[in-house]
Ligand binder design. Structure first.
Ligand SMILES: *Cc1c(COP(=O)(O)O)cnc(C)c1O
Length: 364
C-alpha cells in the first residue's frame, strides 16, 4: 500500500467542480490582484479566526515580518522564539533587523517553555508557535508577556481553528499570522498568508506596507514592498474555507484512532489537554531512544510517507549554532532524535491508519 505523508490530490478531487469554477470565474473576470475575491476572503477569514481585521499577504513568512515591522520591532531588539519550529519564525525576526533569542520547548507540548526564557533590556516581543496544531500554554505566556511588557505574536501557520480554553488561537496578543502554503490545514494552490489583528492602526500599517506603502493608489505614505495575496489564491481559499471545520474534525478523528491503536506500542502519542482543541496539522509521535532510523526505514520500505518535523532544532543549525551547546536547549536536543511524523490528511482512511500502525508494530 502506498500512503503519502500528505495527499492534496484527494482533497482536490472531492471539491474539483467548485474549485475549477472559482478559478475559471476569476480568470473570466480577469481580476488577478486585489478586488472582490481578496476582500471577501479577508472578511470571511477574520470572522473564522475571531479577529477584527485580516490582511492577506504573499506567504506566512512575510506575514510574520510585516507584523513585527508594524509593531515597531527592528534593529537592536530581541525577540523570543521557540527553539523547535519551522525556520520562518526566526527568519522573519532577522529580516526586520532584530535578533531571535531561542527558548527551549516542552517535550510534551512541543511548544515554547516560557519558564526557560531569558529576558534582557532589549527583549521586545515573544513569538509563540502552536506547533503541529496544539495550542501553547497561553495562560502562562500571556502573563509572562504582561509581566515583562513584551508584544505577543502568535504564529498560527500550523493551527488554523485551534482552541485554547474555548478561545481561538491567534486572538491572545497584538496580532497573529497564518500561512496558506498548500499543505497547511487551510492551503492555497500556491503561496499565500495573512495577518490578523484587532488593532486598526496595525492593520492599516500592514495593509499599506504590503502594497508599496499605499492604501490608495499612488498615495505612498511610506516606502513599502510587494507582499500581496493574489486573487486566484483568494478565490480558492474562499472555496476551501467552507470545509475547514469538517476537515479539522476528520483530522481529530484520525489522530484519535492512531492514538488508540498505538496504545499497545511503546511510543508517546500527542498530548491532548482537555482544555485545548488540537487541530493536528502534523501527527508526531516519540519513539524509544535509538529506534528512529529503524522505524523510519521500515515504514518507507512499506510505502508509507514519514517525515521528521524537524530533524534539528533551529539553535543547532548553521545560521544560529556558533555558540550553541546542547545543554542550552536540553529538552528539544533530546526529543528531536525521537520524533517522527505519520501521514495525516482529512481523507486518510481507517484501513490506511491500521496499515501504518501495523507496520510500526512489525518493527517494534
Ligand atoms: C509554514 C510555516 C510558516 C510560513 O510558511 P510560508 O511557507 O512562508 O507560508 C511559518 N511558521 C510556521 C511554524 C510554519 O509551519
Amino acid at each position: 500500500m502506498q500512503i503519502p505523508l500528505v495527499d492534496l490530490r484527494r482533497q482536490y478531487q472531492n471539491i474539483k467542480d467548485e474549485i475549477d469554477l472559482a478559478i475559471l470565474n476569476q480568470i473570466d473576470k480577469s481580476e488577478f490582484i486585489g478586488g472582490e475575491a481578496v476582500k471577501s476572503f479577508e472578511t470571511n477569514f477574520s470572522r473564522y479566526a475571531g479577529s477584527q481585521y485580516c490582511i492577506g499577504c504573499a506567504n506566512g513568512t512575510d506575514a510574520i515580518e510585516l507584523l513585527l515591522q508594524a509593531l515597531g520591532i527592528g534593529k537592536g531588539d530581541e525577540v523570543l522564539v521557540p527553539a523547535h519550529t519551522w525556520i520562518s519564525t526566526s527568519e522573519a525576526v532577522t529580516a526586520v533587523g532584530a535578533t531571535p533569542v531561542f527558548v527551549d520547548c516542552d517535550p510534551a507540548f512541543y511548544t515554547i517553555n516560557i519558564k526557560k526564557a531569558k529576558v534582557t533590556a532589549k527583549t521586545k516581543a515573544v513569538i509563540v508557535v502552536h506547533l503541529y496544531g496544539l495550542p501553547a500554554e497561553m495562560d502562562e505566556i500571556v502573563a509572562f508577556a504582561e509581566e515583562h511588557k513584551l508584544k505577543l505574536i502568535e504564529d498560527c501557520a500550523q493551527a488554523h481553528g485551534a482552541l485554547y480554553k474555548g478561545k481561538k488561537v491567534g486572538t491572545f496578543g497584538e496580532g497573529s499570522t497564518f500561512s496558506f502554503y498548500p499543505g497547511k490545514n487551510l492551503g492555497a494552490y500556491g503561496d499565500a498568508g495573512a495577518v490578523i489583528t484587532d488593532n486598526a492602526e496595525i492593520a492599516n500599517s500592514i495593509r499599506a506596507v504590503a502594497n508599496h506603502g499605499q492604501l490608495k493608489k499612488h498615495d505612498h505614505l511610506v516606502e513599502g514592498r510587494n507582499s500581496r495575496l493574489d486573487s486566484i489564491q483568494a478565490s480558492i481559499l474562499n472555496t476551501k474555507l467552507k470545509y475547514i471545520e469538517e476537515w479539522t474534525n476528520k483530522r481529530i478523528k484520525i489522530a484519535d484512532y492512531y492514538s488508540a491503536l498505538l496504545k499497545e506500542v511503546n511510543v508517546k502519542t500527542p498530548l491532548k489537554p482537555n482544555y485545548s482543541k488540537h487541530v493536528y496539522h502534523i501527527f508526531a509521535i516519540q519513539l524509544m531512544d535509538k529506534t528512529r532510523s529503524k522505524v523510519m526505514n521500515h515504514l518507507i520500505e512499506k510505502g508509507i510517507g514519514v517525515s521528521v518535523h524537524y530533524p534539528k532544532a533551529l539553535p543547532f543549525l548553521p545560521p544560529y549554532n556558533k555558540n550553541t551547546s546542547p545543554d542550552d536547549f536540553g529538552e528539544v536536543y533530546e526529543y528531536q532524535e525521537k520524533i517522527i511524523s505519520l501521514p495525516i490528511f482529512p481523507e486518510l482512511t481507517d484501513t490506511e491508519i491500521e496499515y501504518v500502525v501495523d507496520t510500526i508494530k512489525e518493527i517494534l
